[in-house]
Design a protein around this ligand. Sequence first.
Ligand code: PRT
Ligand code: ZN
Length: 308
Amino acid sequence: MYDLIPSSPEGFLVISHIMTMQSNGIIRIAVQRSGRLSEGSLNLLRSMGLQFETYQNRLFTTCRNMPVDILSLRDDDIPEYVQDGIADLGIVGSNLLDENSATVERLLPLDFGYCTLALAVPEQNSIQSVCGLSGKKIATSYPNTLKRYLAQKEINAEVIVLRGCVEIAPALRIADAICDLVSTGSTLRTNRLRILETVSRNQAVLIRTPRPSPAKQKIIGKLLLRASGVREARVFKYIMFNLPARKLKDVKTLVPGCDSPTVMPLADPQMIAVHSVVEEERFWEVVERIKECGGSGILVTPIEKFIR
Ligand code: PRT
Ligand code: ZN
């Protein structure tokens, strides 16, 4: 028996449907059915080479080319489904994992669904730091995470739990401050709120059930390699440039590549061509250093897949 309590009636429906299915070694991946992580999750699975169709309101999709089923669920249900082995893998926001006590293994951050969980107060409010929240009311949908944070900072505030529309709580005088997810910041601006402090930085994460069978673990291992390949391809760019040969030692540490950069001779014996990969976030810093070392003809291309 599962001790799972799904957060929606639909959850019961999914469980009963799955319980009637034969356990046939097929890997089940749970993704958000309709929300901010849906498109990113399906794009990732397609980039991993999985071929499938998606139709609205379908709970299951079977992949054509791999022993994989995709379950489309409410995001809140995914951690428990994965914990209890109803799904073998899942994609959810790390904010949900921090909030939820489900026991799952975090396999890989996925580089989409970026947001922060932030404390915010009305623009005109005189509170300037989190210490000013002592004795105040804070509205949030993330009470566990917030309580942990407040305990860590030794702030004694009252936590008001709201399931939605947290941003209007100060205007309704339900709370003095809010603790909510922020991505573009436009909701805060519209409601004339300003960020006081970031509680956590979040993104979508690939999670795994704690005890997959050895047969399933083999397929999960393959899927993980593919997911890492897709992620690394997003994080890295392929870079090519010409360089005075004598400067190679200066540049080598900047663009180490997988093991070592590829170096090729040019018609001019004083010059070489260097090919390597560079992380997107270090990109401009690296290009500036290459230029300082006399690098020229710097070409950068996206990477389709990158397996280390
Ligand atoms: O129906 P279901 O339960 O599946 O979906 P949901 O409505 O609970 O979740 P959804 O789709 O809103 O969010 C799913 C996940 O996306 C979250 O758990 C986060 O990991 C991630 N994510 C990324 C966000 C945001 N960005 C985000 N901005 N989740 C919610 N928001 C909300 C936020 O709560 C606030 O209301 O968007 C508003 C702020 O957005 P900005 O752009 O105005 O700052
Ligand atoms: Zn949800």
